[in-house]
Design a protein around this ligand. Sequence first.
Ligand SMILES: [Zn+2]
Ligand SMILES: [Zn+2]
Ligand SMILES: [Zn+2]
Ligand SMILES: [Zn+2]
Ligand SMILES: [Zn+2]
Ligand SMILES: [Zn+2]
Ligand SMILES: [Zn+2]
Length: 1752
Amino acid sequence: MAGEEAEGAERMDTSPELPQTPQRLAAWWDQQVDFNTAFLHHLAQLVPEIYFAEMDPDLEKQEENAQMSIFTPLEWCLFGEDPDICLEKLKHSGAFQLCGKVFKSGETTYSCRDCAIDPTCVLCMDCFQNSAHKNHRYKMHTSTGGGFCDCGDTEAWKTGPFCINHEPGRVGTAKETLHCSLNEVVIAQARKIFPAVIKYIVEMTIWEEEKELPPELQIREKNERYYCVLFNDEHHSYDHVIYSLQRALDCELLEAQLHTTAIDKEGRRAVKAGAYAACQEAKEDIKSHSENVSQHPLHVEVLYSEVMAHQKFALRLGSWMNKIMSYSSDFRQIFCQACLIEEPGSENPCLISRLMLWDAKLYKGARKILHELIFSSFFMEMEYKKLFAMEFVKYYKQLQKEYISDDHDRSISITALSVQMFTVPTLARHLIEEQNVISVITETLLEVLPEYLDRNNKFNFQGYSQDKLGRVYAVICDLKYILISKPTIWTERLRMQFLEGFQSFLKILTCMQGMEEIRRQVGQHIEVDPDWEAAIAIQMQLKNILLMFQEWCACDEDLLLVAYKECHKAVMKCSTGFISSRKTIVQLCGHTLETKSYRVSEDLVSIHLPLSRTLAGLHVRLSRLGAISRLHEFVPFEDFQIEVLVEYPLRCLVLVAQVVAEMWRRNGLSLISQVFYYQDVKCREEMYDKDIIMLQIGASLMEPNKFLLLVLQRYELVDAFNNTVATKDQDMIKQYNTLIEEMLQVLIYIVGERYVPGVGNVSKEEVIMREIIHLLCIEPMPHSAIAKNLPENENNETGLENVISKVAIFKKPGISGHGVYELKEESLKDFNMYFYHYSKTQHSKAEHMQKKRRKQENKDEALPPPPPPDFCPAFNKVINILNCDIMMHILRTIFERAVDTDSNLWTEGMLQMAFHLLALGLLEEKQQLQRAAEEEVTFDFYHKASRLGSSSMNAQNIQMLLEKLKGIPQLEGQKDMVTWILQMFDTVKRLREKSSLIVATISELESIKNDEITHDKEKAERKRKAEAARLHRQKIMAQMSALQRNFIETHRLMYDSTSEMPGKEDSIMEEESPVIGDSSRIALGPKRGPTVTEKEVLTCILCQEEQEVKIENSAMVLSACVQKSTALTQHRGKPIDLSGETLDPLFMDPDLAHGTYTGSCGHVMHAVCWQKYFEAVQLSSQQRIHGDLFDLESGEYLCPLCKSLCNTVIPIIPLQPQKINSENAEALAQLLTLARWIQTVLARISGYNMKHTKGETPTVPVLFNQGMEDSTFEFHSILSFGVQSSVKYSNSIKEMVILFATTIYRIGLKVPPDELDPRVPMMTWSTCAFTVQAIENLLGDEGKPLFGALQNRQHNGLKALMQFALAQRITCPQALIQKHLLRLLSVVLPNLKSEDTPNLLSVDLFHVLVGAVLAFPSLYCDDTVDLQPSSVSSSYNHLYLFHLITMAHMLQILLTIDTGLPLAQVEEDGEEAHSASSFLAEVSQYTSGLTGCGVPGWYLWASLKNGITPYLRCAALFFHYLLGVTPPEDLLTNSTEGEYSALCSYLSLPTNLFLLFQEYWDTARPLLQRWCADPALLNCLKQKSVVVRYPRKRNSLIELPDDYSCLLNQASHFRCPRSADDERKHPVLCLFCGAILCSQNICCQEIVNGEEVGACIFHALHCGAGVCIFLKIRECRVVLVEGKARGCAYPAPYLDEYGETDPGLKRGNPLHLSHERYRKLHTVWQQHCIIEEIARSQETNQMLFGFNWQLL
Ligand SMILES: [Zn+2]
Ligand SMILES: [Zn+2]
Ligand SMILES: [Zn+2]
Ligand SMILES: [Zn+2]
Ligand SMILES: [Zn+2]
Ligand SMILES: [Zn+2]
Ligand SMILES: [Zn+2]
């Protein structure tokens, strides 16, 4: 270190004329006349020194040098005193009230839907958390980088512009304090220094010479050092660059990767240093190599080393400036001023503009720093922001053009700053007024778009480049930003400039009006589908802009009228071709129309008509303002030409009809897509909707008959209604019918659709309500689905929340699925079957739903239109088309054809539409009659409809026709509707008659009323009955479905797996209660109850054949999965010290860190069938492309029935019935005491030892000094208590036993299979014990009884597992088992002197119990005969083993008791408490007082009872499944009180457990002494080294905050532990341990077994033995992973207020933790079902295959 410093000092010495301390340097600078020159001179000398090593710099040293020799002197110079002190003072003088934090990519931003002016106003995490908006309707989003926090900007927020930290006046932020702290001298210095600094930064940044420095910097002798610099671009992939570098530079992969990462991040990097020629050569090499892999060569330059150094430093100086400016507003202002000064006499623009203009030429890293410089200076000072904006607009065109030809992302382009300025309302207004920014933007568009213009001056995007056009959209977006806030005050100048902008905008629309025309293809299919996406995408982009222009125009009447005039002119100009075309005459029913001859099916047609549609929009707004009457002042009547205006929208609708009629199918898919978007929610407001409005305008202004003739003519349907069609061609008829239907629908819309403010008298809210009602009439929907189907305004709002509660009720979600809205009963009446925004499918779905509903309610099935709202006066005349002659003719023609049996020129759908039109007419007349006197109502629909037709053929009126229709059987479905219409006729008739006879009226009115009343009454009664019936039905249904739901939810896994199995519906395991009656329910000892066995006949799921399970039969197996588990660990993340090769798994550590769990889905197969199946899977999967679905190598397969992931099978072995003769047992009891039993066992063991160690004297370990003679105990005495011959299993069973045992061994130890390994039996015992413990833990966790609540799969699995373990011993050499047994027993019988015996505190005794019990029969093995203990002996063996181990466990618990807890509870000392006290006193003697004395007895007893219960529960499960003895009632039900004593009784224990010691005191005392005297144990106690306490803690997933933004907050503070940069990260939270990891990033990858794995996968290996649950914080997604290559997504437990999850935070609603769902996730984990979930999701969701889980 010292050496380095010396070197640094030496370097400094090379400039002798400069003073050496910063302070003195500063003073020296001050003395110079020209600061700029002195400063540059200084830099010229130092910068190349400091930034000498470009290739492999010591960054810390560089920074230190720059700080010491440049920045510190600069700061001294600025402040005139110690800068540290000064800056500290400034810091405390308070921050400015703008936050201005610049967002990095991936950071979370917040916006408030209640208060933000527009959605671009956002807050950073800190500001948001400290603001009032936290409790508003906020949105969370992930930043793409580049924006900044708007906290403190009063123009961005309607309310609450400040967070607590940026509130003015909070910490004395008032300006005075700032001024106080900055004295005149400092300001003067700043004025001197800043211009020099910014000038240097700008000039170096835009320096173009590769080989030379500016003369004032070139003061040293020029060296010959150059760099070959590689630049980032978007053409080349990571791998391309790496490849090219490796080839060109002949470097290692690692080095090439390093370069590439840096280039991607920074934008450029020197990849080679050396002489000019060498660098030039490298440059050419890289270029040519990169050209080989892709078309473009990489961008490489050779740069002079000192240029590089200065450029680097310039950026560093920029960051320094940023820091300095953050301290004071004055600094910022001085800096801005310096930036804005134009050099006198120079052509150059001001410095900041020069930077702006250079932006597109800069590389990424430089741009970022320079943009930040702008953020921290101009954007923090409103006045200068304005000046900057003006400069920006000045060069707008040029900047945009450069951006469009640039290939960097928009987020790092200077043009992306537009949003920061254009959305500020005052700024926008200023820019419009002063710089005509709207025109500037539109002209920019007009200048960049011409390359897409065809010879008619219309756009044509054929063969466009998506990327380039995408960049053009950015300009369109700016238009949106400028218009986003409508001005409230209009000055004359604003009006003028806006109009100018509007006119300029109309020019763009003119290029779009009629663009991309198409002609119907007849004969051949078109060859290539034309591009259509670009035009539609522009339409989408423009939608809200068009709407906003219309809104702005509507701000005042005159403005609107002028705009209307301009727009009208533009439309007419586009229609000249049409006006001059040929004429034709149409005639029908005595009406004549002269029109142009044009056919959509033959001539050119376009779907793009933005001018016509804008005009329609303006017309509606004119109507809303009530100013239609003034229209002729601006557009003379003779110029108006409504037929011309209607023409194009009408063509468009006809085109849609013809597409539906399949007339255009040869024109390919592109047309279908366009028609789809034309009516889709994303476009329809400015396409389809406006076309309908234009037709409504036409209908209101034209003579109705003429209008309808025009419509008929354009639909090419005049002939069809002239009765001249005589075709028999079915296709033609079908085509005609479709066209008629389409036309009728449009007519319905023209008359009936009035839900547009200005067309009808409705409010915006009513419009939205109607949309929602119609969506919910299809089906109940979640919030997001409704929102998706509603148009968004410019603020991305749909207005949904304000109205939804008026029309719908929210139904909360269950444990899965999402919440939905259901329509309120009273809103159903508003249902309109012909709602114009329904698609064909939506229409039929809704009709079906509503008819079904009415049927259920016992109502008629008529669905007449709801009474529509009134038209606005300007649209009033539209209704006249209903009762004109042509309409009557159309309707009558349809009805006549329907009645006529020969005609097929009608459809039921057509008829329905005709009914609908009829109904609309009648409704209209009824409404008018109810409102005014009869003679005033001129709308005479009734009259016209009742008139007879003119020709002889149709000498029937419509009513008569309807009566006839009622009689046609095929039209049964329409009967109710016909009846409704006839009633309506009647009502209108009565209303008509009532006013003509005033006297009669009253009575008749009465009678109408009475009629209606009696009618109503009948109806009501009918309804009531129907309702009652319905309710009853509903109730029953609800009950049933609730039962079913409960059932499914609580037993989902079980249900999934068994639902398909016949006869297995009963979910919960049925205890075999009927047989036992009152026989003993004790499992151990002489009183043990009988084994309850039943004949088991199982069905193989593969061959469906039944077979009885018998030991002599061929095997049946259960599909099963063995997995490593950390579900019970007390020490999460504990590394496995040894590899599987050397691990000794006989003893389990008490922390249960790594266990082996065996689970089963409970499905049974023949072993043979399974083998065949498995082989078949292996074969088929070899051909599968995605072979990695499961790992066949390690025996994985999916259960053929339930598709659970399995990797082995468990053989099913029946329980061997055992019953003991109680008299024999009693007799034996006298003889076989614990002491005697131990001696017998010891004798047996030493006997074996003697055999093995031939000849030597046997050393029988002596436990008791006094007492019995050794000779009593000899080798064979163990046999004298009862033996029987060993069980004989069939070979097939044995085979399966070996197979399964080997699998456990292989997976549990992660070693290659080896059936002869001595550890195979150990692993069998281990998985038995661990599986029991896991299931016991799960039951306890869920508060379920030990036996009553086991799932079928758990029950079957445990049973099979225990019986397998019994049989497994027989497949091994008995000597081996004896060896293991000896080691196990030595834990509790210390005198056995076995090696490696762990001390009592470092072993899990339940594992010892299981192993000892299962291994014990090996002691009965004799050379000649295979023997095993008789039932009686077994029961004693079990009893004594259990008692011994239980005593040891008691000691374990009491030694580890936590005495540190506050002992608040004082209980009466009972008998147990006394025993506890005296016991501990005894123990204390043996442990030399290391155990807690003075702990009250009651506390000891309570702790013991509490601590031992899990062990007792495990033992009960184990012995039950081993022996089949029925457990006591209390263990079957959920009774916590009875449980303990029931356990004791089942396990033959005294309830006061200390009595065990008392009973066996003679034996127990010496044992106790020896246990305690173990030095290892004493050592443990002394050191208090990590002790596991009992009961062990239950694991649960980490606690999550209720509010999701808290998590986001945490993640925002997350820094990758490996890399210092702040590039986008994917923080991922481990839900097991709470660690936050850096996922999907190279920086945190690890190498495991030579393979790269991501941070998550690596973490999972330790944390969850390969299995883990993660939460991707920024995406709000849960992922489950297993092993290296498998994983799946899982819904996160966070829901928004609508009960929906939000993967990817796309919607951004506030999210809150759902405890139910989190609990479910916990259960998935504790049930060891993660692997199963993954397998299932992979099976169903093949999409995720693309994801490389390994790198997560
Ligand atoms: Zn902020
Ligand atoms: Zn703030
Ligand atoms: Zn708010
Ligand atoms: Zn079978
Ligand atoms: Zn299964
Ligand atoms: Zn973890
Ligand atoms: Zn990292």
